[in-house]
Every structure is written in structure tokens, then in C-alpha cells.
Design a protein around this ligand. Structure first.
Ligand SMILES: NC(=O)c1ccc[n+]([C@@H]2O[C@H](COP(=O)([O-])OP(=O)(O)OC[C@H]3O[C@@H](n4cnc5c(N)ncnc54)[C@H](OP(=O)(O)O)[C@@H]3O)[C@@H](O)[C@H]2O)c1
Length: 143
């Protein structure tokens, strides 16, 4: 399918495996230049290699934790500095560690809120100026 987004630029967060990596792969196959992200550098390197082998859009990685404001700023800057524009933001977040309700602590709930809600708020606020500049942009939130 040709979505007519070849040459666009995208950020996909939490994308060194799972849903985020699948979303990044779909964009790369459409010829979109993508910044992928995750905390573990080794996992990120391996995903980068795999996505580059698709021979689609350019792929670069930006190691960072999306619960940290400064890492979000660096992620958006990496996309704009390297690709010169930003058209698509896909906010995947990995998941909080799976456990049963009764095993959860209050801290687990606050950590999950930072990961699943505040990361999205901060990513959108940081990106929106660039998404708008080139004529609109899209935001997809996976949670
Ligand atoms: N896969 C499915 O088909 C599916 C279906 C339904 C529901 N889910 C749920 O969806 C959630 C995500 O699933 P998944 O399959 O995508 O999980 P996954 O394969 O474990 O991938 C999680 C990704 O998020 C990254 N990540 C986690 N925390 C991060 C953080 N703070 N900052 C930056 N990156 C972070 C991980 O890399 P690092 O650890 O290196 O940071 C990894 O790249 C889970 O809660 C899962 O239960 C998944």
C-alpha cells in the first residue's frame, strides 16, 4: 500500500521491540525516515540493524527514557536535526511490569501514570510546533 508518506519523518517511542518496533517497521517500509527509541542501547542497536535491513526510509536511534523530560526533548531534537522536519509522532510506551492488582503498590500506579500518560502529554507538547510547521502531521497514541 502506498500511503503517500515517502520522505516524511517520524518518531516512534519505545520501539526497540514489540508494538513500537512493528509500527516503526511499517513506516520504514513506506519510505518514512524514523527515529526509534528505547532505554537499553544493545536492544536498540539490534532493532536499528533489523529496521535498516528493510531498505526503506532512513532509521536512526535515540537512546532514552520517555519518563524523563530531558530525554523527550533530545528525542524530538534528534528527529528535527537529522531529518529536517517532523511529520508523524507515534507514542508507544511499552507497558508497566505485569502483576496482579493486589501486588501493586501506590508507587507502581504513579510510575505507570508517568509512563503511559505524562510521556504522551510531554511528547506532544514538545513535537507539536514541528508537526504543524510542515503542514499538519499525525499523532498516533498506542497505550
Ligand atoms: N505485543 C502485543 O501484541 C500486545 C498486545 C496487547 C497488549 N500489549 C501490551 O502492550 C504493552 C507493550 O507491549 P510490547 O509488546 O510493545 O512490549 P515489549 O516488546 O516489551 O516492548 C516494550 C518497548 O518499550 C521500550 N520501553 C519500555 N519502557 C520504556 C521507557 N520508559 N522509555 C523508553 N522506552 C521504553 C522497551 O525498550 P527498553 O526496555 O530497552 O526501554 C521496548 O522497546 C505491554 O503492556 C503489553 O502487555 C501488547
Amino acid at each position: 500500500m502506498d500511503l503517500k508518506i515517502k520522505g516524511n519523518s517520524a518518531i516512534v517511542t519505545a520501539s526497540s521491540s514489540g508494538l513500537g518496533k512493528a509500527a516503526a517497521a511499517a513506516l520504514v517500509k513506506e519510505g518514512v525516515n524514523v527515529v526509534i527509541n528505547g532505554r537499553d542501547q544493545q536492544k536498540l542497536d539490534s532493532a536499528l540493524k533489523e529496521l535498516n535491513e528493510l531498505n526503506g526510509g532512513r532509521v536512526i536511534s535515540c537512546q532514552g527514557d520517555i519518563t524523563k523530560k530531558e530525554d523527550i526533548k533530545r528525542l524530538v531534537k534528534t528527529a528535527v536535526d537529522n531529518f529536517g522536519r517532523l511529520d508523524h509522532l507515534v507514542t508507544s510506551a511499552g507497558g508497566p511490569p505485569a502483576k496482579s492488582f493486589l501486588e501493586t503498590t501506590e508507587a507502581d500506579w504513579y510510575d505507570s501514570y508517568e509512563l503511559l500518560v505524562m510521556s504522551v502529554v510531554r511528547l506532544i507538547k514538545e513535537s507539536v510546533e514541528f508537526l504543524k510547521k510542515d503542514g499538519g502531521g499525525t499523532i498516533v497514541n498506542i497505550t
